[in-house]
Design a protein around this ligand. Structure first.
Ligand SMILES: Nc1ncnc2c1ncn2[C@@H]1O[C@H](COP(=O)(O)OP(=O)(O)OP(=O)(O)O)[C@@H](O)[C@H]1O
Ligand SMILES: [Mg+2]
Length: 398
């Protein structure tokens, strides 16, 4: 395309005139581009994210030299979130031989990897037990805390008395044996006879299903250096609390696993992929906890790739989550509402957004790579295929 192309003219106008640069960090744009984004050989520059729309320049991202190894993908249903996560995670695995754990809520990650011939270790919950009471790379007291905290936040147990009896029952179970089952916890609840225990017992009953039943003590295993997929597709999508609990425990498991490896925290050794991350953050209600987990991950060399449908899914913690995110990818969609919402969160003017909507097509996105606050329109480098018959998209009201 020549310089007379109207699209290129619009793009230049957007990129250089209309973006509202809100951060003083903009000054770092030039040196940053030179060190982190420009192509200077595969290994030095990391994974290929895509190509800049006006120049065709390749955009590489190296999680090991990035200000943060985490990635957030935002886009409404059908915009390409799962594809983008798959593309980044598989590239990280093949380029850096890192251990990848993907949480597959809908079962589509498993089927896409299968169709493309990837080797992966499938963990199919509840056939393979989640094993939430098992002290996975952590001492029993630490595990009791992780289980308690995950129940309280996923099931929104606000009542102090209910919290107290839950904690007592979990603690008591670990006092009886270092490898307790939910049966031990239930026994502790029956002791008390207070009304809160009825509600807690229901929760415990539900969670025991994830762990392969109230008498099971097994735990799934993560395989080093390969892609692991933990499928939650067998759990009803109506059970949002249960899904949230499972995601929380997997997050803890991955952190425990990473902490057991003696690694240089500056090098990414593990990747945790959380598609449908709004379930984890409980529609933004638990976003502060998600932020804390993300912050913790970095110190253990764990890169977290999150995808969600709306900016609002991270509630009040959005800005702080973004400060801890190396790459933000906002996927293109024909939805005006999405883009107008995005303009607030991306700090781009509405006028610029309207122009961008003309230019961006399917598979295009706006990305922001720390520390540069300026968004870059790119065509993503995703290895996509045609949708299959019956592979329907599911909306968030699942
Ligand atoms: N970069 C791309 N270029 C072209 N098509 C794409 C691209 N990314 C995804 N697609 C196609 O768009 C469709 C939806 O993609 P995907 O399932 O990744 O979206 P999603 O955002 O995860 O949707 P949902 O919210 O329903 O899970 C798929 O059929 C996929 O093949
Ligand atoms: Mg998806």
């Amino acid at each position: 395309m020549g310089s007379n192309s109207p699209i290129l003219r619009i793009l230049d106008r957007i990129l250089w005139n209309k973006l509202i640069i809100t951060s003083s960090q903009a000054i770092y744009f030039s040196p940053f581009i030179k060190t982190s984004l420009h192509s200077r050989g595969r290994s030095a520059n990391g994974i290929l994210l895509g190509r800049v729309i006006n120049s065709g320049r390749n955009i590489f991202w190296n999680p090991n030299i990035s200000m943060s190894p985490h990635v957030v993908v935002v886009g409404p249903t059908g915009s390409g979130k799962t594809e983008t996560l798959l593309s980044i995670a598989t590239k990280m695995n093949s380029l850096y031989s890192v251990t990848v754990l993907m949480i597959d809520v809908k079962g589509d990650i498993k089927s896409r990897l299968e169709r493309r011939g990837y080797f992966f270790n499938l963990i199919d919950v509840p056939r393979d037990p989640l094993g939430s009471l098992y002290p996975y790379y952590i001492d029993p007291v630490g595990r009791a805390g992780q289980v308690f905290e995950s129940i309280v936040s996923s099931y929104e147990v606000h009542d102090i008395r209910a919290q107290a009896s839950l904690y007592k029952a979990i603690k008591k179970a670990y006092e009886i044996t270092p490898l307790p089952t939910w049966q031990h916890v239930m026994a502790g609840l029956i002791d008390g006879e207070n009304p809160e225990n009825v509600m807690i017992s229901r929760v415990v009953d539900e969670i025991a299903f994830l762990d392969g039943g109230p008498h099971n003590i097994g735990h799934y295993s993560v395989r080093e250096g390969v892609i692991n997929v933990i499928s939650l597709a067998g759990i009803s999508k109506e059970r949002e609390e249960m899904l949230s609990y499972a995601m929380n425990m997997v997050f803890h498991d991955m952190l425990n696993y990473m902490s057991s490896r003696s690694i240089d925290p500056k090098t990414v050794r593990g990747v945790l992929v959380i598609d449908e991350a709004w379930v984890l953050s409980k529609h933004g209600k638990s976003s502060n906890r998600v932020l804390n987990l993300i912050k913790l991950s970095r110190g253990y060399g764990l890169s977290v790739l999150l995808a969600t449908q709306s900016f609002r899914d991270f509630g009040d913690s959005w800005d702080r989550i973004l400060e801890n995110t190396g790459v933000l990818i906002v996927l293109n969609t024909p939805s005006k509402r999405f883009w107008f919402d995005a303009s607030n969160f991306l700090k781009i003017s509405r006028e610029a957004i309207e122009d961008l909507m003309i230019i961006l097509g399917k598979g295009d996105a706006i990305i922001r790579v720390l520390p540069d606050p300026r968004p870059i329109p790119i065509s993503l480098e995703n290895d996509v295929e045609e949708p299959r018959e019956g592979e329907k998209t599911i909306s968030r009201d699942l």
